[in-house]
Design a protein around this ligand. Structure first.
Ligand code: GLU
Length: 472
């Protein structure tokens, strides 16, 4: 997102909220309360870097206390400022509501360029930030649970956990104070690919809706659809992988240095390995170079997945976008001007706020795992396998036929943690897509899917306040 003196990201979230609130009938007081950031912690702390003492600027914003704990990532970026963290915290509230993850929204940020520091220095900064959060009770399994975001990952989450545990000796649920941890530190299997997989499940569900596809002039289903992916980071890579495995053709992949194209489809892993070896996505043996990232964005295709930077589709290039569906895998890849232009053109924009909710959904599973102190599948896996083996044995005895060994193995298989996480994610994304579409179908005045998603979120958060009895 662009955060300049004359642009407020938080105001733009408020604008989208207000646009949607018109389609609800909640008391204006409830709407004001939902919009407001409940707690804002702005901090400055010193860290010794080499011979100097650096004063680090950081934030944690808890947007909504309508549910506990609050939840949201921590980003390390030079763009971090209070307005941005407030906006991202607000989006977390709406995101969690849409996918029925029972948390209030939060976000944290440290204004640093992580590439400029050694691992040791980053660890010092992360641990000091965590101590500041502990001091003000802004972290804990029942109060506020951070996670990875732009510029952070499992390593930083492990440092946060270790600092928290050291200062809360004997706290039995301490592992639930942060998610996105390494599996060895209480993380859950499936967190890494969660966002990209969620993007695929959400778009696949849209593609399975016959009425929506008819309006776009597309056939039902993901199979055979042409897909352009912008960004080969974690989210872009996994989105491309699941689209390819789902039978779509990833005809172009773009990175900041340029893009490559192949009408018959690209394999994301081969492209990734090529880029790793050569330092550029260009000159991939199985593709044609497109010199500019924008060339890929403007290609004729069924589905465009912007999975990298913010504001990549704006008032200038939106008229040239030819994709029928845009799946916002990144946060804020479309500006409000682009939204208006694309809506008039009849392009279906599947909004970021819910489409990239796979990460927080699997974070919720991780938190539940930490509170229950048991790995998913541990209790029932063997029981299910024994039962399935028994059923197959009975069937073979009764029919006198034997089941193909490969099929037999598949049917017998009891669910592991990864199977359960993937299936929970699929269920979440499918249900959320249907709920948003139902809200949209019920009111044809709602202009776009983003507004429908906001209506859905507002209704859920408002209901929760109303049922708490805060607003009788
Ligand atoms: N940072 C991710 C997001 O913005 C994940 C948040 C979480 O897992 O709490 O959705």
């Amino acid at each position: 997102m662009i955060v300049t003196a004359d642009y407020s990201f938080f105001d733009s979230v408020i604008r989208s909220f207000d646009k949607a609130a018109r389609f609800t009938s909640w008391d204006p007081g409830i709407l004001e309360q939902i919009k407001a950031c409940n707690s804002i912690y702005s901090m400055k702390f010193p860290v010794r870097i080499g011979d100097n003492i650096e004063v680090i600027e950081a934030y944690r914003v808890q947007h909504s206390h309508h549910k506990s704990p609050c939840k949201g990532g921590i980003r390390f970026s030079m763009e971090v400022n209070q307005d941005e963290v407030m906006a991202l915290a607000a989006l977390m509230t709406y995101k969690c509501a849409i996918v029925n993850v029972p948390f209030g929204g939060a976000k944290g940020g440290i204004k640093i360029d992580p590439k400029k520091y050694t691992a040791f220095e980053l660890e010092k900064i992360t641990r000091r930030y965590t101590s500041e959060l502990i001091k003000k009770n802004f972290i804990g399994p029942g109060t506020d649970v951070p996670a990875p975001d732009y510029g952070t990952g499992a390593r930083e989450m492990a440092w946060i956990l270790d600092t928290y545990v050291a200062m809360h000796p004997g706290e039995v649920d301490a592992a639930g104070c942060v998610t996105g941890k390494p599996v060895s530190q209480g993380g859950v299997r499936g967190r890494t690919e969660a966002t990209g997989m969620g993007v695929f499940f959400g778009i696949r569900e849209v593609c399975n809706m016959a009425d929506v596809m008819a309006k776009l002039g597309l056939t039902v289903g993901v199979e055979g659809k042409s897909v352009v992916v912008q960004g080969l980071g974690n989210v872009g890579y996994h989105s491309a992988k699941y689209f390819r495995e789902g039978g779509a053709k990833v005809i172009a992949i773009a990175e900041w240095e340029g893009a490559i194209y192949n009408a018959d489809g690209l394999n994301e892993e081969e492209v990734f390995q090529h880029r790793k070896a050569k330092g550029t996505i260009l000159n991939f043996p199985g593709g044609t170079n497109l010199p500019l990232t924008s060339d890929a964005l403007e290609l004729e295709c069924d589905i465009l997945i912007p999975a990298a930077l913010e504001n990549v589709i704006n008032g200038q290039n939106a008229p040239r976008i030819k994709a029928k569906i845009i799946g916002e895998a990144a946060n804020g890849p479309l500006t409000p001007e682009a939204d208006e232009i694309l809506s008039l053109k009849g392009t279906l924009v599947v909004p970021d706020m819910y489409l990239n909710a796979g990460g927080v959904t699997v974070s919720y599973f991780e938190w539940l795992k930490n509170l229950s102190h048991v790995r998913y599948g541990r209790l029932e896996k063997r029981f299910t396998e024994n039962m399935n083996k028994h059923i197959i044995g009975q069937m073979e005895d009764m029919t006198g036929k034997t089941i193909d060994p490969k099929e037999k193995k598949f049917i017998e298989h009891g669910a592991d943690e990864i199977d359960l996480v993937h299936s929970g994610l699929e269920e979440t994304m499918v249900t959320a897509t249907r709920e948003i579409m139902e809200v949209w179908n019920a009111n044809p005045e709602i202009p776009d899917m983003r507004t429908a998603a906001y209506v859905c979120a507002i209704n859920k958060v408002a209901t929760s306040y109303a049922e708490l009895g805060i607003f009788p």
